[in-house]
Design a protein around this ligand. Structure first.
Ligand SMILES: [Zn+2]
Length: 257
């Protein structure tokens, strides 16, 4: 679903206004970096120029967590012997399509088959987190989002969506927390019957700590939790999740259009 921007922006503006009061207004002090007209040609994540939406001038890079010889987490609740890497790739493509429909230029760190070899400093079949960060830092990207699935085998009752950010000192902008909170707020609208997705300031993730642009890492849910695993594999749930994340990202960046 492609949201109508006019009404979305109005409601988001009101929402963000309320949020910035409680957050101390970090987003109001920064400007959105506009990408240069010349886009990078390296790697697999080339921009799609025929996106149907009005061009926002904003470039987003989506990272499907894991891939190749790194399968990520596993769970008996995932059907057809799928692993975390399969779910993150599926969600990354769905989010890419949704954001392109909104007028964003969207890159992927990898397409599940290939990744930028020139950044593979360990010369293995794993595109590691620090290699991904180096890759995205070499691009002209306004916002980076890495998609993952959680697992917690010690207690399979633990579940839920989690949104992480870290306004690292090396970042050129300081609105990662505002984007994360916008994503959480829009996901909460899509899933009104469950606890709102939690937002965490966490520097332990390499892709948050060492990327220079605004960044989020979203744990789509716990595949060790039966209900979450079923949701993640449910196309209707996926559509709501993608709508919420895309609206959350747009909710931040549309403030500066
Ligand atoms: Zn992961």
């Amino acid at each position: 679903m492609i949201l109508k921007k006019t009404s979305l922006r109005m409601s988001v503006f009101l929402l963000m206004g309320a949020m910035l009061v409680s957050c101390g207004g970090p987003a109001a002090e920064t400007e959105t970096k506009k990408p240069d007209p010349g886009y990078p040609s390296i790697g697999v994540g080339r921009p799609v120029s025929d996106a149907p939406g009005e061009d926002t001038g904003i470039t987003i890079c989506i990272d499907p967590g894991h891939g190749f010889d790194d399968v990520g987490c596993s769970s008996d609740y995932l059907e057809d012997e799928k692993e975390e890497k399969d779910m993150t790739l599926q969600y990354a493509y769905a989010l890419k399509a949704e954001l392109e429909g909104m007028g964003y230029t969207v890159l992927l760190t990898h397409d599940g088959n290939t990744f930028p070899e020139e950044f593979n400093s360990y010369k293995n079949n794993i595109f590691s987190a620090d290699e991904r960060a180096a890759y995205v830092n070499s691009l002209d990207v306004d916002y980076f989002v890495s998609l993952h699935c959680d697992t917690f085998d010690e207690d399979d009752s633990i579940g839920g969506i989690r949104v992480y950010y870290y306004d690292s000192p090396i970042k050129t902008v300081t609105y990662s927390d505002a984007v994360a909170n916008s994503i959480s707020a829009h996901l909460a609208k899509e899933f009104p019957d469950v606890k709102a997705p939690s937002v965490h300031d966490n520097q332990s993730y390499v892709v948050l700590r060492t990327t220079t642009m605004a960044a989020s890492l979203i744990e789509i849910g716990f595949i060790s939790n039966k209900n979450d695993a079923e949701n993640i594999q449910n196309p209707e749930w996926q559509e709501k999740f993608i709508d919420g994340v895309a609206a959350g990202i747009d909710g931040y960046f549309s403030l500066y259009q």
